[in-house]
Write a protein of this length. Structure first.
Length: 206
């Protein structure tokens, strides 16, 4: 059985949601993050003690995008990724990397500026600079979702679930998600799925 190390209401929700979508039995292992004493089993998979981390038999993975693509490729029947050689594969990889390397770091800063600076004044400056970057990132993603509701039209991929589980946090927007109508529509489409209802219950989401 797949084991997923995660923390509630964290970016690990994306991996949790993908496991729900593919319908494979799994075990959730809730771990403490931002601690000096991480779970040793968790640390063995994720050397920086960051969630998510996944163990599937002899396979041990950290990094959200890697886990998403691994699960999608192992379960092609779920239709959450394009196979190698398909023209859609390159675009899917582009957005998975973009979400991990461009969006997620600035989302993280909005919640944990103390990981960079101890001084509250510098934390506030960092968050403001990060929000300025986010205001340039969200329009790119909003345009990429055309015509919607998902990156590739009516059928979601792992990229959509990785985006949805970041865009649900209002703290990531200078004003409101409604400023980006396609992103808002994509999140609503994701939230309407049965898999999201089960995710919502476990993580205690509003």
């Amino acid at each position: 059985m797949v084991r997923l190390f995660l923390a509630k209401n964290s970016y690990a929700m994306s991996s949790h949601l993908i496991l729900e979508e593919i319908g494979r039995p799994y075990e959730l292992v809730e771990v403490a993050i931002f601690t000096d004493r991480p779970d040793p089993a968790f640390l063995a998979v994720s050397p920086h003690a960051r969630v998510p981390a996944l163990v599937d038999g002899e396979v041990a993975l950290c990094e959200t995008g890697a886990i998403a693509l691994y699960l999608a490729d192992k379960h092609p029947e779920a239709g959450l990724a394009f196979p190698p050689g398909d023209p859609g594969r390159a675009r899917l990889l582009q957005w998975l990397f973009y979400l991990s390397s461009t969006l997620q770091p600035d989302v993280m800063i909005q919640f944990h500026p103390e990981l960079t600076f101890g001084d509250p004044a510098r934390q506030a400056e960092l968050k403001a600079a990060s929000m300025t970057r986010l205001e340039k990132i969200w329009p790119v993603l909003d345009e990429a979702l055309a015509p919607g509701p998902y990156f590739f039209g009516d059928a979601p991929t792992v990229a959509d679930f990785c985006l949805a589980t970041q865009a649900i946090w209002p703290e990531c927007f200078a004003e409101s998600i409604e400023a980006y109508p396609r992103i808002a529509a994509m999140v609503e489409a994701a939230r309407a799925r049965p898999s999201f209802a089960r995710l919502k219950a476990w993580h205690g989401l509003d």
